[in-house]
Every structure is written in C-alpha cells, then in structure tokens.
Write a protein that binds this ligand. Structure first.
Ligand code: IVH
Length: 671
C-alpha cells in the first residue's frame, strides 16, 4: 500500500472505530461484534506501525498508557471547580427553592435539571480545537494535578470531539465529569488484587481515585474506569441558553451523559425526583450518594452567582446512609495470604439496603479499640458507599455488662505460630514459614527466579503439592521424589525428572538468593544482598541483634525489626534446620570488586541524554552502588539531567554533591 492510500485508509478506520467506540462506551449499545471490532483495531495498528509518521496521539490505538511519570505537574483550571452545598431532606430542598425565589423576586417560574450525584472522582478535561489536551484532578478547586495520560486510557473519554451538524467545534472547551468504577467491576478488581496479594480497595470511589493517581498510566489502563460528564467549565463563545441544552450537545459531541438526568418544572418536582432517585439507587450498577439539582437557565445561574466556593444555583441532595442495627455474636480472625490477621465481626444477619449482611471486617485491633467494639455489642452497620458492610459504631446504651472485649490472639489460628505486630504497621501478622494460610505464596516466592530459582515449580504444581499435604513448609521441597510427583495430575515422566534435577541444582544458591527466598517482610533482593555481604552466612544473620541490623546502612528500624522477629520465630528456626539437614547450603556471595562508587548512594533527577534512568540504575548497581528515589542526608551524588526537579533544590540545600551526566559517565568509567 502506498502512503496516500494508507492516509485515506487510516482516516476511514479511525472514523469507523471512533463511531463504534461511541456506540459501545457512550451508549452501551454496540453495533458490531468484539471480533469485528478487534479486526478494525488490528488493521489500524498494523498500518500505524508500517507508517509511524502517520501515528497521532488522538488515534484510538493510543489508549494503552505511556511511560511512567516521576510526579504529577500541577495545572490551573480555566474556571474554578466549585463544590456543592448539601441538603439532607425534602425540607432542605424546599429551603433551597425558597432561597432562590427570595434572591430573584417572587413569582418567577424557575425550572431545574436533576442529576444523580455520582460517587467517584471529579475531573476536568480541556479540549483545544476539538482535541483532548489536558485532563486534571479537582485539587483545591483552582489548581489540580495533570493526569492527562491516565484519563486518556478511559475509553468513554473522547480523545477528539465528534463533529456534528448542529454546532461547530469550539476553540476551547472545558468539561467537568465524574470518573467512577461500576460495582461489579470493582468486585472483580478486588478479587484480582487479593489473589495477587495486594490489599483490596475499601470502596469503588477509593479504587477510582487510586487508579487515577497512578504514575504509571499502563496500570491505570488496566482499571475498569468510566466517566459521566455533567457540565461545562468554559466554552469559547458560549452558544447555550440552558444547562439541559448544553448536556444534549455534549452527548452529540461524544461525551457520556447519565441517562437518569431529567428536567424538573419546579421545586416540588425536584423533591419528587429526589424520592424517586433514592428508590432507584439500589438498582443502579454504580454508586450514587445523592442527587444534584441545578437551575436550568444559564442566565439565572449567572445572576445567582456563588458564595464561599459553592454556587447558589445548585445543591447536592444527599441520600441517608443505609444503616441498620444488629448484634455482634463473635469476632473471628482470618489469616490472609500475606500473613495479616484480620478480625471479622460475625453478626446476627440483618438486611441493609436490600442485602443481607452477616459479616464485616473490623480491619485491625486499633480500629476495634478506637470504636470500642466488644463481642455481644449492639452495633450500627452500614454498607459503606453501599457495597462493603462496615460497623459504624456501638450502641453503648444497649450494653448489659456481659459484652466481652476482643484481643488479637497471641498465636496464629492457622498454624499456632507466634503473632507479631511489626514496627510501623497496624496489622498483626503471622511470620510462620509453614503457616498453611500463606504456604502457597511462601513456596512460590521461595522457588522464584530471584530466590532459589527452581524451574518447573509453577502455580498449579505448588497448589497441588500443598493441597495434597506433600509440602508443609519450604524445606519439604528437597526430599521430593519421583514417586511423590508422578501421581500428580498432568505431570509426565520427563517433567518430573526436570523438576527433580532443578531442585537438586538449586541446593547451593548464592547467600543473597537464599535470604531473599525466605520471604522476610521488607527484605527484597537489594536488602538481601546487603545482608549477605554484611553477615556472610545465614547462621550469622539469624543470630544478629536488632541494633546490629539497624547499624547497617540502608536498613531502618522497620526492616531490622522484621528480620529480627523472623528469626525469633520457633517454627522458622525449625524450617531453617530442616533446610540445612536437606543439604541446602548457600555459597558466599561474590563481593563486587571495589569500584569508585561501591557503597555510594545515587539519586537521578531530570532528563538524561545518553542513558535512560533504568540504564543509569543498572550501571550504578552493577558497580556496587545504590540508587534511591529521594534525596536524603545519606545521598552521595545527585545526577542532574535537563530540567531537574525538586530533588535538585533539596540536594543543594543539604550540600550534596551534584554532578551532570558527563561527570557521572566519567565516574562510572564510561567516558
Ligand atoms: S456539579 C458547581 N453534578 O460532587 C457544580 N457534581 O461538590 C459543581 N458530582 O466532587 C458540581 N455528580 O464531582 C455536579 N451530576 C453532578 C455530579 C457532581 C457528582 C461531584 C462533583 C464534586 C461534588 C460536588
């Protein structure tokens, strides 16, 4: 295909894909199958790869995320993002109507628009000449953070405004909307996170906020974010008379507008809608925490103006939280895959907002103490943000003295190992290497590439070995035999001998790998290397006192506390003995030969020319130095590229040596 044909085909494909995106993401009403859609996308991507000069940032292929940022820049909104005053009842809504009538003079017929109040994160989108050029958070209302790269990954946000007959595309258009996550998608996301050992998000709003605050937009791209747009901040040569008219036009331009938005002829109508929407709420696939009423006429909005950052022409009518009273019958403790002990209230089942609730996480001992929750207490429960049940407070007047205080157990309910609360953490943990709740994770980590590097011990096999009781701790890997492995599902003779040989070969790892493999909390590969170089043997490390550990550069109180506690644990000591008995013996780590930067700490700031950050980091580490993200008094060198950031100023104020890229390359012997 020649270039001019490619230009035409690319243009046609982009239009067609944008049309289908609109059908799918804006109107939830696709006209083609996923497979047909994928074919169009693949064709476009292939053409853009063949003719890279034709690729533009507005292409529908460009929603996958970009290189990670170091920090978000701050940006000013074109017009302030105001917040809303609240109403909590029909009476408050009538007061709002009366206030407006007083301000405008009696007898004027005022109509309104009512909208669901989405419980998500407010964002601001700026389009110049029809292209999305900036997307930001609300921030303090005047200035927010530039999260353009993250917002570009949300498919329901148009990258370009769709031309339509009704109106020319404005030079500048500032759109206001709420980014949110559907309840079902939120549950899936949390399930995925828990499976991967990450803490779940408390509610969809936190999940949306956390996803938008990712410095790596590729992570955001994987989150099920969506948007409803509800207003205009600024538009060149405002062509609209009413808010309703503006919303209709936004929809034609390709913005997603909530289908429950209605016109209300007067304040009585608004109150009726408020009760209706409250009823409707539990059937919605996303969370709303109220209804917003807005005066429809833009001219009247203007006349009414704002007081103390809230417009007089709009109000947020909050819904009462769905709460019920019940009794805590017991508090049980669950052990998670990372060893965290979570207290869970077992309650007399009660219906809250249409759902039967009988369990609620109490998070940790501090939360229980703060709310003074005891077994036998009558409590108020609510579904936070309407999804996750939570205990709001105790009804103390219902106590009869028989209630029992709860204390975290001293030993793990799963394995009987001692329970520890590490420095700086709210959670109590079981540190036991053989704890069944954590065993699969421990074994996978133990066998991983950075650890003992045992090939063939994948997720499925580990699951089978643990479930069948063949492996009860990491040391049980070494006596594995052909007879124990062969009966397991899907294991052929050949794979069995490969695994067994890989196990034999892993018995003498470098010390740092063995230390890392133990999965001590806070001990990653870098810390494991420092520990290996400092102590020279596992035996010496296991006997180190906390203050000895703390004296090591780069090891703080949290890390040293965690290492010390790990080796105090009786079960862990047993497992270490078993490992030694099975012939697992580390060889001493090769110390990196002395180099001018060995043991020195580096921080990079600004853009480098010859190297990228990762190359700089690898270079420093290969020569025995360390790279840190932030400048501290322990930093030896700050390497400053173009446009250095705040780290440069901090280094100057701390008197730390700042070198440019050329000096850095010379220092590491590359020039
Ligand atoms: S209008 C001046 N409409 O609620 C107008 N806000 O304090 C200000 N919100 O964080 C906002 N749904 O993001 C408006 N349909 C809606 C909304 C809505 C949710 C959020 C908004 C802001 C808060 C208002």
């Amino acid at each position: 295909m020649d270039k001019s044909t490619a230009i035409q085909r690319i243009e046609a494909l982009r239009n067609e894909i944008n049309h289908h995106n609109q059908r799918y993401y804006q109107f939830d009403d696709p006209q083609i199958s996923d497979a047909q859609y994928d074919r169009l996308m693949n064709e476009l991507a292939a053409l853009e790869q063949r003719f890279p000069e034709l690729l533009t940032s507005e292409s529908p292929t460009q929603r996958v995320g970009a290189a990670p940022l170091e920090k978000f820049n701050t940006v000013a909104h074109l017009t302030p993002m105001l917040s809303l005053a609240n109403a909590f009842s029909g009476d408050d809504i009538f007061d709002f109507g009366n206030r407006i009538e007083r301000l405008l003079g009696k007898g004027k017929q005022i109509s309104f628009v009512v909208e669901p109040k989405l419980d998500g994160v407010a964002v601001n989108l700026i389009y110049e000449k029809g292209n999305l050029t900036l997307g930001s958070t609300r921030g303090d209302g005047m200035v927010g953070e530039d999260i353009t790269l993250n917002l570009r990954t949300i498919h329901s946000i148009p990258l370009t405004i769709k031309a339509c007959n009704n109106l020319t595309i404005p030079d500048t258009l500032e759109i206001r909307g709420e980014v949110y996550i559907d309840i079902e998608a939120f549950k899936h996301l949390n399930k995925r996170r828990t499976n991967e050992g990450h803490p779940p998000f408390a509610n969809p709003r936190n999940a949306a906020a956390g996803s938008l605050r990712q410095l790596d937009s590729k992570v955001t791209a994987k989150r099920p974010l969506n948007i409803f747009c509800y207003g205009i901040g600024f538009i060149s040569g405002n062509p609209f008379r009413t808010h309703w008219e503006a919303l209709q036009q936004l929809s034609r331009w390709g913005f997603r507008i909530n289908p429950l938005i209605r016109q209300a002829s007067d304040i009585n109508d608004c109150v009726r809608c408020y009760h209706e929407m409250m009823e409707h709420r539990k059937n919605l696939p996303y969370e709303i925490d109220g209804m917003v009423i807005k005066v429809d006429s833009l001219e009247i909005q203007n006349r009414l103006g704002a007081v103390s950052r809230s417009p007089r022409w709009a109000i947020a009518c909050k819904f009462p939280a769905t709460q019920e009273t019940t009794v805590i019958e017991d508090i049980i403790v669950q052990v998670g895959r990372t060893g965290v002990l979570t207290p869970v209230a077992v309650m007399k089942p009660v219906r809250v907002g249409g759902v039967i609730v009988s369990r609620a996480t109490l998070h940790n001992q501090d939360e229980i103490d703060k709310k003074d929750i005891r077994i036998g207490d009558t409590v108020i429960v609510q579904r936070a943000g309407d999804v996750i049940p939570e205990v709001v407070k105790v009804v103390a007047s219902q106590r009869d003295g028989s209630e029992k205080a709860f204390h975290m157990p001293d030993t793990c309910p799963e394995c009987g190992s001692e329970v520890i609360r590490l420095k700086g953490e709210a959670a109590h943990r079981c540190l036991g290497l053989s704890c069944p709740a954590q065993l699969k994770e421990h074994i996978k980590h133990f066998a991983s590439k950075g650890g003992m590097d045992i090939e063939g011990l994948g997720d499925k096999l580990v699951s089978q070995l643990v479930d069948n009781g063949v492996i009860k701790d990491p040391a049980d890997i070494f006596p594995l035999t052909r007879e124990k492995l062969l009966p397991l599902e899907r294991l052929a003779e050949k794979s069995v001998s490969n695994i067994l040989s890989s196990i034999q070969h892993s018995k003498n790892p470098p010390l740092r790998k063995l230390i890392f493999a133990l999965g001590i909390r806070h001990v990653g590969e870098r810390t494991a290397k420092i520990l290996a170089e400092t102590f020279g043997s596992l035996e010496a490390l296991s006997q180190a006192k906390e203050d000895e550990l703390m004296a090591i550069r780069d090891i703080g109180p949290e890390v040293s506390g965690s290492i010390f506690q790990f080796f105090c644990n009786e079960d862990n000591r047993k497992v270490l003995k078993k490992l030694a008995a099975a012939g697992v013996r580390a060889i001493e780590d090769k110390k990196s030969s002395p180099s001018p930067i060995s043991g020195k700490s580096f921080v990079f700031t600004g853009r480098l020319q010859t190297l990228n950050r990762q190359e700089g980091k690898s270079l420093v580490e290969s020569l025995g130095g360390y790279v840190h993200e932030s400048v501290s008094k322990n930093t030896d060198y700050v390497v400053a590229g173009d446009d250095p950031g705040a780290k440069f100023d901090k280094a100057t104020s701390l008197g730390i040596q700042i070198i440019d890229e050329a000096a850095f390359l010379k220092l590491v012997g590359k020039k």
